[in-house]
Design a protein around this ligand. Sequence first.
Ligand SMILES: [Zn+2]
Length: 239
Amino acid sequence: MVSLCFAPELWLFLRKRHRREPVRAVHDGTASLGHLVQSLGVPLTEVGSLEVAGRRVGQDHRPRGGDLVRVTPVPRPQRAPSSCFLLDVHLGALARRLRLLGVDTAYRNDLDDDELVVRANAERRILLTKDRGLLCRRALWLGAYVRGSGPDEQLADVLERFAPPLAPWSRCTACNGLLVPVAKQEVEVLLRPGTRRTYDSFARCRACGHVYWDGAHHRHLETIVAAALGDSGRSEGGN
Ligand SMILES: [Zn+2]
């Protein structure tokens, strides 16, 4: 038997009966500690450190009978080698929020799990998902479980965990392309008369051509940006 003591931050991954007391797990002497942790439902992407008798060990460590293992959560903010993300198909609303804040966020609603792993690895993007099975894939270079049931909670979780650099209103929320300022006369023909009369400052997505204009953002979007910047009194800075 090996006993594993999980920090409370990791309890959401454990069965209820495993939460308060150290988990006693049977092991055959050959499985690695990483395998044992994941078999209890905790993806290694969420684990900060593993300690046996006060000594830090790696995921490949083979525990011995009687060992007490302490499992801590990944530190926040997590130092990650990338601040670009790929979101799984269920996180479209979160993708739009991250783009609104200028975070490089790839998202498509038609990628299967294999394609998600391939793309995350190829583009060195952190895969964000609520699918623990996906996070446990050995081939995945870096991923993270997204906490929270709604996009606002999920956004707060991602910002707290990775503290990515923010540049609100700099990306297209539809396609993740970068926005560049554009003269009014260049886009005038695309605008409704009311917009043409009311606004003078415009930006266009370099990737998909979508046109944005200052001041027309829904108040809810401004609230999201203000909350993310941690300054509810600051108004949006335009495109
Ligand atoms: Zn675009």
